[in-house]
Each structure stands twice: as C-alpha cells, then as structure tokens.
Design a protein around this ligand. Structure first.
Ligand code: SF4
Length: 333
C-alpha cells in the first residue's frame, strides 16, 4: 500500500501559510491525492487544486499548470529525490510503498547462493526505505552487498529510467544487481546501462526474475531503429515541452550535425510524444527526440524514434565512425 507523507505537506503549509496549493503526482496515485486534497481543505480552509496531468518524474513537475491556477505551493507527490524542494514553490513529497520484501529477499538470497558472492541493491523512489532491510537479509545469507552512491537528484542506491549513476560507479566491483520492486522499466534500464546480470524482486507476486533477455530485445529494437533511420532523407527533431525535459540546445546541435551530413531537418515541439501525434506529420522518415530517452525504447512507433544515445550512434554511423555500446552510459541525455 502506498502511503503519502501527509505530515510533511501539513508542516510545509503551517510554515509557509499559502492561500492555495496544487497537488500533482503519478496517475495511479491520483485517488490518494484526492484524499490528501480533501484533508488539506478541511484542516486549513485553503483552496487545494489537483493537477490531473501526468507527472512522470522530477523531470515533469507541471509547474506551468500550478502557475496558471495561481497556486502558491505545488506539492509533487511520489518522486522522492535527493532534493526536498525546487525554490520556494515546489516541494517534493515522499510516497512510500509499505509492502515488505522479507519473503522474496530471503527466497532470492537462498536461490542465488553459489552463483554470486558480491551484489548491489538498487531501487526506485517507492522502495528506498527498504534498502537497508533487504541488505541485511542478503548479508545474513553470506553475500557482500555494496550500495552505489547517489549523485545529482539521485539518492544512494536509487535510479531513474534514464539516469544510473549509483550503479555505474560500482558495476566493476559487483557480480549482479538486484532491483527492489515491480518495475521492469527501471530494471531493464539498469541491465542496459551496466550489462550486468540484473534481477527484479517482485514483493507482490513473491518472485524474482532475471531481466537481461528482455533488455536485449529492447536493445536490438533500438539498434534496428538506428539502422532504419540511416535511410531517412528528412528527420523530425522533437523538442519536448515538459520543463525538466526541455533540451532545445541539444536539438539545435543535432540539427546542425545532421544538416552537415546531408539530412533535411524539421524542428518539432510537443509536450506528449506518441505515435498518434507523430502520424500527423507528413514527409518525415524518422524522428529524433531529445525529451525522455525511454519514449522510443518502451513505446510503439510506426517510424524510427531515436533518443539522444541512439541519435549520437546514428551520427557516428553516418560519419563512418565506430559505434560503441550506446546505452552503456550513466545518463541517457
Ligand atoms: S526516464 Fe523519462 S520520465 Fe524518467 S526521469 Fe528520465 S526523462 Fe524523466
């Protein structure tokens, strides 16, 4: 069960005394956010707005919506990062999953015994508070457990879908990564970025899965998209309009490079990037998007949609330069 840290919200309201607040978070949390909003209005007699737009992470805070609504404070719920706030207006509020990992961690530690001696634990924001509990279980089973250090917005042992600093720093010291939680999305990212055996511990179904084969399929699809884009004459470069994903300079750099290599380029700007939206554009053979790197890898598109690492690989191929492992990096932007 997900528990929103309502106490922190109440403390911030008591200290800042806003006249109105806005709440935003991932779609599955919206029913719980509705409840928090009711509690805020009842407790403080102030206006509380719920922003129903998606919030994918700290890269997608919807502050423009909060500004339009005239809210004094925006609470972004469910994306724990190393920072508590962005300036005076945006506060990051924890939402932790209370599910217990004891059974599945004990099962995994017992079944992987003999295969690996040194492992690392990693997770997303919802299960960060469980890391030390699970670490103890693996240590009691004879493993050496190393936790990667955080950097930027990432806490120790935390990854985003496109940012992997804690696992990168230690990948050469350990034999396997164990991801706590049900997220194939994050587990696949770790497997692609480190190319180490990566297991996902699912506490709900009490099973653990090695994720590397699935990651390989995604990598092959990503390589195929790059090779298809090699034949393109016109490429649409998409600038994402979500504030934390806005990378106009990167888009202009790609435009310059690809123009030099003989490609026609159209610059496009979108807040939601989907196959349906891209089908509105005519005469474009492939797309490069500089917003969320996971859009093209994890969703269906009828034309190649390359993320930043793939676009760099495309440019290298066009220049007849060798292409290294383009996903085996710390940050895919
Ligand atoms: S993977 Fe996409 S949604 Fe997640 S942090 Fe990166 S840019 Fe944001």
């Amino acid at each position: 069960m997900i528990q929103i840290d309502e106490n922190s919200i109440f403390d911030i309201i008591r200290s800042k005394r806003p006249l109105s607040v806005a709440l935003n978070g991932p779609e599955p949390l919206l029913p719980k956010i509705q409840k928090v909003s009711e509690n805020i209005e009842r407790e403080f007699n102030i206006t509380s707005y719920i922003i129903g737009e998606r919030s994918w992470g700290s890269c997608d805070l919807n502050t423009q919506a909060a500004d339009l609504l005239g809210a004094d404070i925006l609470f972004n719920i469910g994306h724990t990062i190393s920072l508590e706030n962005f300036g005076e207006k945006v506060f990051m509020i924890n939402a932790f999953d209370t599910i217990c990992f004891d059974t599945i961690a004990t099962k995994c530690a017992s079944e992987l015994k003999g295969r690996y001696k040194t492992i690392s634990l990693v997770t997303d924001s919802q299960h960060l508070h469980q890391i030390n509990v699970v670490k103890r279980i693996f240590e009691e089973n004879g493993y050496k457990v190393e936790l990667g250090k955080g950097r930027g917005q990432l806490n120790d042992a935390q990854v985003f879908g496109c940012e992997f600093h804690p696992v990168h720093k230690i990948k050469d010291n350990i034999e396997a990564f164990i991801f706590l939680g049900q997220s194939r999305f994050h587990s696949i990212g770790i497997a692609l970025s480190t190319e180490k055996p990566t297991f996902m511990l699912d506490p709900y179904f009490e099973e653990f899965t090695q994720i590397n084969e699935e990651a390989e399929v995604i990598k092959k699809r990503a390589i195929l998209a790059i090779y298809k884009a090699l034949d393109a004459r016109t490429i649409g470069i998409i600038i994402g309009l979500k504030e934390g994903q806005f990378a106009k300079i990167k888009a202009l750099e790609f435009k310059k490079e690809l123009n030099k290599l003989g490609m026609n380029i159209q610059l496009l700007a979108l807040s939601e990037i989907s196959n349906e939206k891209l089908e509105n554009f005519r005469g474009i053979d492939a797309f490069v998007q500089v917003a969320c790197p996971r859009l093209g890898t994890d969703n269906f598109f009828s034309k190649p949609v390359l993320s930043v690492p793939q676009a760099i690989a495309l440019i290298k191929l066009l220049k007849k330069e060798p292409v290294e492992e383009f996903f085996k990096i710390q940050h895919w932007l």
